[in-house]
Write a protein that binds this ligand. Structure first.
Ligand code: DSN
Length: 418
């Protein structure tokens, strides 16, 4: 029996439609994933009712004994998973996690370096239209024009010249591994804090498949819902010496009551992430990404930085007359394949048009797809892009994509009898 169906049929119908959309399309958005039913249950549970400003054992409200237990489980499991000295699981989002670190370590006007958004960075890494860009004096470092990867000698030179108080690394559209040891050397050369935002690669780091920044960084932030496959939210890890200041900055500095239902769901996701099956899942994400990259290259597509080490890749249409990321995103959506347009390094197009698309494999891997299926998906992508002007052809591909997707059931129980 669905309480929602009874109470609000209109919203219930919208939820069913969204579940069907997730199940019947191929989701290649690199930052999205499908959480387990256990994570969904915790996230939709009774802890949403509880106010709990403060931290376990030191709250501003009575009745916190069970939310304390949930937060302690989340904290202990996160520490075990990442091997960090201290963790704060309360940030509502990645953006607030980054804000808390900046507010802890920096003063307004301080100089900071971050990977430029157009080169794979994130809005909160100093973009002028974001609070990070309003408050701090950020300069962006960029990828090398030839290799399209970060040149760490150039980064060191730039740091020596600019003398930042902090160097931020991590990205939302960078397909190669980061060299955290080299970034630490640059930080040490100029006495800067090292902050790494591992939102995209957190699951790979947790599984030991991407080098970990934890031994090198002062602060590591992440979201919990991308490769990590937890509920939507944020988290901060840091050295013990910053713990008290950081916790005070998260609450009361920038947040009030923590979202205890989400923290409970984070605990569940971290337990899942501590299993051998999870490590295998992360390995398969990378295997699938490499298979998709190779299949696309065989079909003649150009990938930024030549391919991927991780869960994501960027297809570049630079130099292809009349082709843009926006056109590709629209055509693919009509064909049942969900991606996002994305700027590529040195992109001649505006951010709302772009010359690229970003593709990632966490969500399709959760559904059980394998490297052979990536070849099938590359074929769908190629046909959709080539037939982008024909709605009829795109609708036919969408039907094939839906049939293909049905071979990898998702949230079936929810759709039964909906
Ligand atoms: N919006 C996220 C992404 O898609 O990568 C970053 O915050």
């Amino acid at each position: 029996m669905s309480y929602l169906k009874q109470a609000d049929p209109e919203l219930y119908d919208v939820m069913v439609r969204e579940t069907e959309r997730q199940a019947h399309k191929v989701v290649l958005i690199a930052s999205e994933n499908f959480v387990s039913e256990a994570v969904l249950e915790a996230n939709g549970g009774v802890m949403t009712n509880k106010y709990a400003e403060g931290y376990p054992g030191k709250r501003y409200y009575g009745g916190c004994e069970w939310v304390d237990a949930a937060e302690n489980l989340a904290r202990d499991r996160a520490k075990q998973l990442f091997g960090c000295e201290h963790v704060n699981v309360q940030p509502h989002s990645g953006s607030q996690a980054n804000m808390a670190v900046y507010f802890t370590a920096l003063k307004p006007g301080d100089k900071v370096m971050g990977l430029a958004l157009a080169h794979g960075g994130h809005l909160t890494h100093g973009h002028p239209i974001n609070f990070s860009g309003f408050l701090y004096n950020f300069v962006g470092y960029e990828v090398d024009r030839e290799t399209e990867v970060i040149n760490y000698d150039h980064l060191l030179d730039q740091a020596r010249e600019f003398q930042p108080r902090m160097i931020v690394s991590g990205a939302s559209a960078y397909p190669r591994f980061f060299d955290f040891e080299a970034i630490r050397r640059a930080c040490d050369a100029v006495g800067a804090y090292m902050m790494v935002d591992i939102a995209h690669i957190a699951g790979l780091v947790a599984a030991g498949l991407h080098p970990s920044p934890i031994p090198f960084a002062d602060f590591v932030t992440t979201t919990t819902h991308k490769t990590l496959r937890g509920p939507r939210g944020g988290m901060i890890m840091c050295k013990e010496k910053y713990a008290a200041d950081l916790d005070r900055m998260v609450m009361p500095g920038i947040q009030g009551g923590p979202l205890m239902h989400t923290i409970a769901a984070k605990a569940v996701a971290f337990k899942e992430a501590l299993t051998p099956e999870y490590k295998d899942y992360q390995r398969r994400i990378i295997e699938n990404a490499k298979a998709l990259a190779e299949a696309l290259k065989k079909l003649g597509y150009r990938l930024v930085a030549g391919g991927t080490d991780t869960h994501l890749m960027l297809v570049s249409f630079v130099g292809q007359e009349g082709m843009t990321g926006k056109k590709a995103e629209n055509a693919l959506d009509k064909a049942g394949i969900v991606v996002n347009k994305n700027t590529v390094p040195f992109d001649p197009e505006k951010p709302f048009v772009t010359s690229g698309i970003r593709l990632g494999t966490p969500a399709v891997t959760t559904r059980g797809m394998k490297p052979g299926d990536m070849t099938t998906i590359a074929g769908f992508i190629d046909r959709a892009i080539k037939n982008r002007k024909s709605d009829e052809a795109l609708a036919a591909i969408a039907k094939e994509v839906a049939d293909f997707s049905k071979r990898f059931p998702l949230y079936e129980e929810r759709l039964k009898g909906a």
